[in-house]
Design a protein. Structure first.
Lengths: 383, 180, 90, 289, 383, 289, 180, 90
């Protein structure tokens, strides 16, 4: 990767800004966006930084445009990103679907705030987690990561770009107003230490190139526009040539591959942070800011002698189904704090298959969890 | 626990948020501690009470909100009314004496007053009252080292204003020392 | 400093007397009323309101021609003229 | 005094309380002071609107205000009328639904340049095209205030904003031209300094049959002004004073606004043509006839 | 209800058209839409019918506008609807959220086609079922109905309007290209036999009216614009007056009520069709067209002596959680055919809590299920 | 013959096969015949475009075609260039991303009136405003063909469509006027009958710096024509023949189209102004300078 | 099983879809049976092969697609090539003899030919060939009663064309009877 | 019926000879080529193609001036002129 313009060192940095710097470190040279609290600082940073490093910042007329512009830029051969929050995220769903269908690498950051609707523009929420999975129409799989700190927002934005290139699919970074607006130390390694995944380029000559003929890992190499391949790309159901074919057979072949390229590679995609699970009776399972705020009540519970371990979902989608199933076989309960009325908790419940209790510690948003409520849920779980 | 929780408050435009940032940066970057800085606003577009929170710790900061703040810096009456009750028993309360009327203090609180805005005006720029306050804070507490704070001021204020701000910092620092 | 001393539509105005009311706690001290009063009636006071702004005060009530411009220009609904004493000028 | 001309009798009685601002009857007093910054022009725009309402002679129970999201979008929350604070950019189609569902309503959209022209631009041009019966008041402060002062579709080239740190590098819309090209039957522009004319224009717009559009150039000292050498509302007002030029009837094509230089004001379009509701009743007639 | 203009009698009618007539019978007098296959016929019918009966048809510039226009019309005091398919549904999500937050009655019909993205415009899919539940940002609950025939599309559209008025919330009719484009006999009863739920009007004078003060059933009465109540409505978090209040407490109070008004009334909302469940070992659980196409394989399985019952979800959301739990306790397995890669099957799996096997019979869309595949799944379930 | 002027040498050789249509080199032959109806004008529009491409002298490996959804939107699928069939209405912002990411590309948006002007209207006006470097070719057949002939933003008042059974009751956009008011630097309109001039206009548009817009009035006999007494493509062509009037340089304001009557054609705008990319490089210079 | 499955095919513009609708309506409304009518198109905007499917049954139609069609009506060569193989063994194949070249028929199929388009042209309107075909179909099968079909034709065709269409229907019907 | 017999830009044309190629299976019988050929070279044939359309045929090849209008007007890329025998006219 060309490290020019990439910062290196220790910074006291807001999460949103760390996200922008992560993108830059990952090689992102295109940002299209539309302002929205609490994601605006990412755009503002990009507006300042992109021209400095030969990249492009463009502020579009809305989020529909932002998302599709990013997809266009990606086909133009540049790593591209946008960042938004709930209302804008809802508006991006149709074009996100096009990105999935056409296998276009890019990164979409959602700095979640309290919803639904305009809700609590400045305050935290985690109410878009299921939307991240299901928000666009039709059947598909998606990759979504959930950082818990500005440093991780930096790190996971890089990872998001890498996964998006590796699996040729849009990747979501599902952060929130707390992490996005929090300022902490962020360490940016020297460029040469940052691993980036280059675009998978075709190895065949243009006339042999089939844009949707996948390699063994189910991912097809990708030519960029202007390289002489003369390909056609469509959001319609298409065959390996990229030509629309409107029938169930082609649909089955295409969509199954799109779904399987994520499901089959889930071990590579899923990252978890586990702590004290060896002898745990209760698993505190959470993600993002809620996983972090739960650490203290977990600590208090441990002091009370409760055997509680933590499972932090760094990758939320694809869901770490198997790990939950394994744990469910040997623990008494899962406690799932999240800032919504039960989203990831439903998935945990599904995978626990009745073998372990699942307790949601939910609330509607506007604040992080009171430690006492989480602690109480842990206590109840072993009672 | 080595966790220190600081809240700085005032109204929009006083540089409260920058102050919080500087403290956090001083701790995290220059003192090599762990620091988490967060901010909150009222519903107003600009103006109205605002607050900056800094948590400084030797270990990673897990819970990122204030639980029991031990230091409260107040630069407006509205902010005082709103936030004074959140200070913990035995905490340190620092107010800009020209902007805040504390009245009877409830509970066991250590009160220090400083004419930060007036001192800033003496430097010809009311706008650096927040930095005067930081100088004062650095002098009367040990949450961050004075060197770290000074360094953080220098590297955080707008380019070209470093000197003015360092003088403001010095002024606050000296004021505290003189009062000792 | 004054920007503009002639009310926009002075020709069409009767010159009545009115009383100027200032709702100090609403004021945010923008000084539009002060600066654009055609008769120099108002000035910014020294006083602070609870939000920390300086509301205007009446410097020369007699000079007021009740043109209502201060009321129209105030973004805060903080100043108005009452009209009880309205006296049409021939 | 203008409020002598108030028509709604309900209001006159309400208004008798001496310590009450004469506009408070049409404001949600319990929500004042509002959230706008010192020197912000939105309050002035609102004042002119309230004044126009007090003079308009309409049944105010039937006047509905619809806003989108933004600093200006908060207007809906301060008027003591039926009022809707919708989603960002969607005030106009919401208003379309209201009006077509109940043609007795007088529907006013009051929102910001970002809301109406950036994300909402398509609805603006289509509602103007259809000549849907509504009045649109657009406060143009050359940036997105609510989200912290980003560049927008009306930001003049060269202006510094939080997302154009090297100066805005887009051409802005000339809103009266766009509205006229889309089909609006009444198009005017005023600054917040020209309050009497603005009030009069709003009044005309309220009485216009079809789609009327009033652009209000307004200070945002906190963000736009700060970065562009007009740090106070007053400085921006002074700019309007120095550079405001009234040119009624001018082809709006000629009414571009730059970072410095003239701001052309006036009523540019004031024509008659069948409204959407006129056409609707024709269709009704045909369907039954 | 004013029955003027309402058809009565037996008709050989396309599903989409029956949907329009159902709306008209329910009192709908406003349609805003944007053409999209396979939902266009509903719009076309409305364009013809609305002017005939004093209603309004307006074709908007896109689906964002269509959805919010419907919400505006509802506040204007008229029952209002829109109809779309996948791509348009995705575009309606933001404004749907506003409808939920502001408690605006209206009906949104989704005639599902194969997705994701443009996918299979003319062919069937059931890939938007989870999107129906989670497609807008933030935490909320929703009501969604799934008809299996043109007649039911007529009936459930009426029910959708009634539920939307009763619970003051947008209601979704989740049909699909098969049902929507299928023509069958539709019986339209005389107007006086059609039950319609009138808007809940305030009983207090305007100055006492609080637009978000709920009755005991958690639903607030609703004034229309222009009636002198002078209310304020916002998509921001708001108190009982409808005023925005941006804090966690107000959020908690509001969102909890919005969620609970649906959860607590679920017995009234949920409709199921059950058949042969008394002694069933296998439950064929499905909805919409897939429930219908499964009838034949179920019949074949029964002939083979397999004890298979059917549970058809007429209401899909809120999910009939308790009924599934009950059944899971006493059957061996659920077989869930749906035209996607597993959506409602996940919910069945969750509620089955490991007590009964759950088998998805899924495919990507473009066609209904082959009977053989469903039969095979039933056979395997008892093996 | 025009193809003698072909510039791309690659093409000349490919073209030697005698039984091959000279445009096939730029078509995805394996997908012909295309899906358009007998008498549909989209194929004519495409022919003119291909002809212009063959003459334009650009490196065709760098020419990219972007369409939205619709009958016209299928154009992207037939040209043998890098081509994108995006979502409905979003061709222009997609093209913006492509162009800004790789300024070497020549980006052409080719789509329908519903796609570009109804759902995509906002992107059109904003891209024109920014003067983003691209050519937009809009086939205006006065209705939404793909979905079965519904009323749209260009349908003339009174026209019957599947959703205006009593006659269209909306005013249509005058697209050249809208494009001009939004900031396009090249604006033209032609019918599918005036193929030579259309080809020339496309060629000019391709060579224009900035945002160029070409409207093509085109028959849709199957839907629009059928309901409006022009049941064949030929009948519609005849109408263009009888009523087409060329008025270069006319103020596009005067170029309204009704159900009957004149169709004014010509090049209405042909001006120079800095493009978005010009401005971008300025910003780049400032950020480093 | 009382289930009859009928497929009508041809190219867009021949009125195939209307024919399917009429058969379904005849069965469902006039014969008081159960009927399900569905349609399918090719990728072309208009033109290309299209197909109408009707299922008629005494019981509710659960599976709504054809499983094993017993009647296939074909009005174009392209449609013939595409759909002929779907007809079940022993099924009835009706073709417009001027438009379709059947060649060698595979399997056990009953073939009837009718010059529907030519007969329609004799009435001066080629467009009613589909209704001629319906008259023929009503005569040679008993999936719906002739009265029901005639009634369905009358109530389904565009206003003002009833008479023409009923004559077309009669023409097809007579043609079949005459051939008997 | 003929609509228009003069090619749009006849003045600028050389009058060469060309051979008219018709790709019958692509044709959809719109007859644009037939109607707008300035020299009445083409006519609609009786023949059906596989899609059921009547492609045009050449009635009078000698009359063709190789103007290319048929090629440009054909929406189906079904007709073109080859230019091997191109003979510039002085
Ligand atoms: C879909 C969506 N995108 C973005 C936002 C964030 N947002 C809120 S207000 C605003 C801009 C407001 O600008 P303008 O309309 O000019 O109003 P002003 O604040 O300047 O008065 C934006 C982008 C939002 N609320 N919803
Ligand atoms: C979001 C979305 N809404 C609606 C549609 C359905 N749709 C497809 S094409 C089209 C209209 C096309 O009209 P136009 O652009 O004029 O193209 P034409 O077919 O007339 O060439 C519509 C509404 C869609 N694909 N996506
Ligand atoms: S009414 Fe106000 S502005 Fe007018 S003269 Fe009196 S004080 Fe001045
Ligand atoms: S105009 Fe209003 S807000 Fe401004 S200074 Fe005068 S009273 Fe205060
Ligand atoms: S930010 Fe700007 S627009 Fe918003 S209230 Fe403040 S001055 Fe007004
Ligand atoms: S429907 Fe109209 S626009 Fe579409 S291909 Fe047919 S004629 Fe052309
Ligand atoms: S080239 Fe074609 S149009 Fe021209 S004269 Fe010859 S046949 Fe006729
Ligand atoms: S123009 Fe083309 S499609 Fe039309 S008749 Fe001639 S050859 Fe056939
Ligand atoms: Mg603005
Ligand atoms: Mg069109």
């Amino acid at each position: 990767m060309n490290g020019e313009g990439v910062l290196t060192g220790e910074f006291f940095m807001m999460g949103d800004v760390a996200c922008a710097e992560g993108a830059i470190s990952a090689g992102c040279r295109f940002f299209a966006g539309y302002p929205i609290t609490p994601a605006t600082e990412t755009a503002e940073r990009m507006a300042e930084r992109m021209p400095q490093i030969g990249g492009t910042y463009v502020q579009m007329e809305d989020e529909l445009a932002s998302m599709i512009t990013v997809l266009g830029a990606s086909w133009g051969g540049v790593k591209a990103m946008t960042a938004t929050s709930g209302p804008g995220f809802s508006l991006m769903m149709e074009n996100l679907g096009w990105g999935i269908m056409t296998e276009t690498p890019c990164v979409l950051v959602n700095v979640q705030r309290g919803g639904p609707s305009t809700g609590l523009p400045t305050l935290v929420g985690q109410g878009d987690m299921m939307q991240a999975r299901w928000g666009s129409h039709g059947p598909y799989e998606i990759i979504a990561l959930a950082p818990s700190s500005p440093q991780e927002l930096f790190d996971l934005t890089i990872r998001a770009f890498n996964l998006s290139e590796k699996y040729r699919t849009p990747v979501l970074v599902m952060t929130d107003a707390e992490v996005g607006h929090m300022t902490e130390k962020v360490v940016i390694p020297p460029p040469e230490e940052i691993e980036t995944f280059p675009r998978r380029k075709p190895t065949v000559p243009p006339h042999e190139y089939l844009p949707y003929k996948a390699d063994d890992d189910l991912v097809p190499p990708m030519a960029n526009a202007g390289e002489g391949y003369r390909f056609h790309i469509t959001g319609l159901t298409h065959d390996e040539r990229g030509y629309p074919v409107i029938d169930a057979e082609t649909q089955d072949k295409l969509i199954t591959r799109l779904v399987e390229k994520i499901r089959k590679n889930k071990d590579d995609i899923i990252q978890l942070e586990e702590n004290g699970l060896e002898d745990a009776e209760v698993v505190l399972c959470s993600y993002g800011i809620s996983a972090r705020t739960a650490l203290w009540p977990v600590e208090l519970a441990r002091r009370e002698g409760i055997k509680v371990g933590t499972l932090r979902l760094i990758t939320v989608w694809p869901f770490p189904e198997e790990r939950i199933r394994q744990l469910a076989g040997r623990v008494r309960a899962f406690v799932v704090p999240e800032i919504n009325y039960g989203q990831i908790a439903l998935e945990v419940e599904r995978c626990a298959s009745g073998q372990a209790e699942v307790t949601l510690v939910g609330h509607a948003g506007g604040d992080i969890h009171e430690p006492e409520r989480v602690l109480e849920a842990i206590r109840r779980a072993v009672r | 626990m080595s966790r220190a929780e600081i809240r700085l408050t005032g109204f929009g435009g006083q540089g409260i948020i920058l102050s919080g940032y500087i403290i956090g940066k001083a701790a995290a970057i220059h003192d090599k501690k762990q620091a988490t800085f967060t901010q909150s606003y009222g519903p107003e577009s600009r103006g109205g009470a605002c607050s900056a929170q800094v948590i400084i710790s030797d270990e990673p900061v897990s819970y990122p909100h204030l639980i029991d703040p031990s230091i409260l810096v107040v630069m407006s009456q509205e902010a005082y009314n709103k936030y004074a009750p959140t200070l913990r028993d035995g905490g340190l309360l620092i107010v800009d004496e020209d902007l805040v009327e504390t009245g009877d203090l409830a509970g066991d609180v250590r009160l220090l007053s400083v004419p930060a805005t007036r001192l800033a005006e003496e430097l010809g720029r009311k706008i650096v009252a927040n930095i005067v306050m930081l100088g004062f804070l650095a002098a009367v507490t040990d949450v961050v080292s004075v060197e770290a704070m000074r360094e953080a001021v220098r590297t955080s204020v707008p380019k070209g204003t470093e000197e003015l701000n360092l003088r403001a910092f010095g002024k606050g620092y000296e004021y505290a020392r003189a009062a000792d | 400093m004054k920007y503009w001393r002639k009310p926009l539509d002075i020709e069409y105005l009767k010159i009545p007397r009115g009383r100027i009311h200032i709702l100090k706690e609403r004021c945010k001290g923008c000084s539009f009323c002060v600066e654009y009063c055609p008769c120099d009636v108002l000035e910014i006071s020294e006083e602070f309101n609870a939000k920390g702004y300086h509301p205007p005060c009446v410097k020369d009530e007699e000079a007021c021609v009740n043109c209502g411009l201060c009321e129209m220009l105030c973004p805060e609904f903080a100043i108005y003229l009452d009209e009880e004493e309205e006296v049409p000028v021939p | 005094m203008s409020s002598k001309q108030t028509v709604n009798p309900k209001l006159e009685t309400q208004n008798s309380k001496p310590d009450r601002h004469p506009m408070d009857e049409l404001l949600r007093e319990d929500r004042l002071p509002h959230i706008w910054c010192s020197g912000c022009g939105i309050g002035v725009a609102l004042t002119c609107f309230i004044k126009a309402l007090q003079k308009c002679g309409l049944d105010l129970d039937k006047v509905v205000v619809v806003s989108g999201i933004g600093c200006t979008g908060r207007v809906a929350g301060y008027v003591n009328l039926d009022s809707f604070h919708t989603t960002h950019g969607r005030a106009i189609p919401f208003a379309t639904g209201l009006k077509l569902a109940n043609p007795e309503l007088k529907v006013v959209v009051f929102s910001g340049d970002g809301d109406l022209i950036a994300i909402g631009g398509n609805h603006l041009i289509h509602a103007a095209r259809r000549n849907v019966n509504m009045t649109v008041i657009c406060v143009n402060n050359f940036n997105y205030g609510m989200t912290g002062g980003q560049v927008g579709p009306t930001t003049p080239p060269g202006a510094i904003t939080s997302t154009s740190p090297y100066g805005c590098f887009e051409h802005p819309f000339n809103l009266p031209y766009l509205a006229a090209a889309s089909g609006a039957v009444y198009v005017a522009r005023w600054t917040t300094l020209h309050v009497r004319r603005l009030e009069k224009s709003i009044l005309e717009a309220l009485h216009k049959r079809g789609f009327s559009f009033v652009e209000i150039i307004s200070p945002c000292p906190t963000l736009y002004g700060r970065w562009n050498k007009q740090r106070t509302g007053l400085a921006q007002m002074q700019y309007y004073h120095d550079q405001g030029v009234i040119r009624h009837g001018l082809d709006p094509k000629e009414a571009d606004i730059g970072l410095h230089g003239e701001i052309i004001e006036g009523v540019f379009v004031h024509i008659e043509k069948p409204t959407f509701l006129d056409f609707c009743s024709d269709a009704l007639a045909k369907s039954v006839g």
